[in-house]
Design a protein around this ligand. Structure first.
Ligand code: PAF
Length: 271
């Protein structure tokens, strides 16, 4: 497995390959990330993973400084599952990045309400990666469903001929969606965190038969009983993220909460 740290070296290295399957990450890899890499490995060509904690997607008051960084361990995991090349640029990789705007119809909803800078930072850094790598395929986890939709929209409107693949959420045995931020939870908080997916799953099961506003109010109440601060609890159209009042096929139930300073998101696509 090749480990490359500068954009120039990556450019030179990639010249010999036509088809690149790209998995962008911020490191601290877990089974969710590894499922993206396994999916990428199924495609013809080489699998490239980037590890870069992107400062452009954090506001000054957010958790950039404490975001878990575990490069040594990450590289071991990637080697084990036959990743071909890992790009770990230095922090200055984000300097001079062309600042782009994510589609406001998608980016001003859900996570974009409390994190207005977030998706612009993501689209800007990804564009920087994509211009350098020109990937044939890119892979995104569906836990970050809104991110997946926004990147898909960005790619559709760009000149890039890159296909995007959304890969299902990987959950811990108690249902908690895998996330690097789970590592910030204390053992007690970790036990409570499992209630998030349990409450969502129960809510999703009732969405076809009960009033959605009622379920929303009840869902928030249940989460607050466990000390979650609810950022949003939304039933929405899974293509537009427009809030809906009545159940429709492929309704997205999307939630973001804060558990004593740790932000957790999750979603269920209800078919
Ligand atoms: O999902 C993430 O880890 C990040 O948002 C991404 C796509 C690597 C961009 O920094």
């Amino acid at each position: 497995m090749q480990i490359i740290r500068s954009a120039k070296d990556l450019e030179t290295f990639l010249q010999q390959f036509e088809e690149i399957n790209f998995v962008p990450t911020m490191g601290n890899l877990h089974a969710g990330h590894l499922s993206l890499v396994s999916e990428a490995n199924r495609y013809h060509g080489i699998t490239l993973v980037s590890i870069f904690v992107n400062p452009l997607q954090f506001a000054p008051n957010e958790d950039l400084d404490i975001y878990p960084r575990t490069e040594k361990q990450d590289l071991k995991e990637l080697e084990k599952i036959n990743c071909d090349v890992v790009f770990c640029p230095k922090p200055d990789f984000a300097k001079g990045v062309k600042k782009l705007h994510a589609n406001p119809d998608l980016s001003k909803k859900l996570c974009g309400i409390s994190r207005p800078h977030f998706f612009h930072g993501i689209v800007s850094i990804l564009n920087h990666f994509f211009q350098l790598i020109n990937p044939k395929n890119v892979f995104f986890g569906l836990k970050d469903y809104q991110q997946y939709l926004i990147v898909k929209d960005f790619l559709t409107k760009s000149n890039l001929k890159t296909n995007i693949h959304g890969v299902p959420i990987v959950r811990e045995s108690d249902g908690l969606a895998m996330s690097s931020r789970n590592n910030l939870l204390t053992p007690d908080q970790r036990l409570i965190a499992a209630k998030l997916s349990a409450i969502l799953r129960d809510t999703a099961q009732e969405a076809k038969i009960k009033n959605l506003e009622y379920l929303r109010v009840e869902g928030i109440k249940k989460l607050e009983e466990f000390n979650f601060k609810v950022d949003y609890f939304s039933f929405c159209n899974s293509r537009t993220l427009e809030e809906i009042d009545e159940f429709e096929a492929n309704t997205l139930l999307a939630v973001a909460v804060n558990l004593e300073g740790v932000r957790l998101i999750d979603n269920f696509l209800i078919q």
